[in-house]
Design a protein around this ligand. Sequence first.
Ligand code: SF4
Length: 114
Amino acid sequence: MKKDAIVHLWRYINKNGNSVHINDAKKFLSSQGFNEDAIDHAINTLHKLSFLRYTSDEKGDGYLLQKMDILESPLEDLPCIGCEHLHECHIGGDRYSPERCQYFEAWIMKIRNQ
Ligand code: SF4
């Protein structure tokens, strides 16, 4: 299975209280086998999508990667963010597709009932 640095980074931020030091995130991704280009791409992609922002840490020692607060419900729970199959999932996909995904269906049902 293809490893996805974006998915790993997103899960790492979620597991660590929604805010991690950029150096810790880079160390973690590096330990997972990602090179510098893949790590920078993952951080930049989540930033461009407005899923995270950079903030200074209290010691002035670099940046924290902080999950954006605008990801409230229902996007907060969107199962595709952090899904290991995101890179191979698309409508009509042979292996993975939203229309055949139990997690996506459950998410749709939940927001319909809100
Ligand atoms: S639809 Fe399902 S399989 Fe596809 S990315 Fe979302 S959660 Fe993953």
